[in-house]
Design a protein around this ligand. Sequence first.
Ligand SMILES: Nc1ncnc2c1ncn2[C@@H]1O[C@H](COP(=O)(O)OP(=O)(O)OP(=O)(O)O)[C@@H](O)[C@H]1O
Length: 230
Amino acid sequence: MIKVKKLNQLFTLGKRGNKTEFSVLKDVNFSVDKGEIVTIQGKSGSGKSTLLNLISGFMKPSSGEVWVQGIKVSELNEGDFADFRLANIGFIFQNFQLIPSMTAYQNIELPLILKGIGEKDRAEKIEKTLTKIGLEDFADHYPSELSGGQQQRVSVARALVLEPPLILADEPTGSLDSETEADLLTLIQGLNKDLGITFLIITHDASVAKIGHRTIYIHDGVLTEGEVVS
Ligand SMILES: Nc1ncnc2c1ncn2[C@@H]1O[C@H](COP(=O)(O)OP(=O)(O)OP(=O)(O)O)[C@@H](O)[C@H]1O
């Protein structure tokens, strides 16, 4: 599903005339198999989001290779990124990133419109997804009319509606209380078991790490694998 080979990421620090380069990821190698839930842990600034940005193609690596579903992401042309992401990756963020002026339905509809799917097919897919995540009665609510947990469910629906094989999540439970967090984790586990969706999840949270089959740690740009926990 994901293969990362000898990945290096350098950033520049400082002002013009006095710039230094620093290495955020150093010769990183790892792979994630289809159907796995893998969590990524590491201190603030250790490079977790950078790794996700490189995997999704939002950033080009300084060197090394990133493969997702057999596609060499690190060498995709600008024009191919949008299609690659729509076909392969769903995203979940800590702060949900829903559009406030759109209803839950319209937020979930966005990726379908971007993919050029017709209105009737869109409606079918949205209904199916809303049922899957238990938000049938909230389709016409705006984000401000939903609880944090419900908003995160809408964002999961948006990530899910194109049925991507892979979902990347950046601190998905960071804005949720412990009960809502438990519901979201059950939902993620269900999607993984029932639909075979692969999850790569950045988290600081031990209860999120517990649902992972494996944990990857990033420290000083170097990646190490944790124990298999389930
Ligand atoms: N585009 C960029 N240009 C320069 N430096 C960057 C860029 N993106 C990230 N960095 C730096 O790279 C380092 C790693 O950032 P990153 O956001 O990947 O860390 P993180 O582990 O996700 O942190 P957090 O847990 O706080 O979100 C930080 O020092 C950050 O300032």
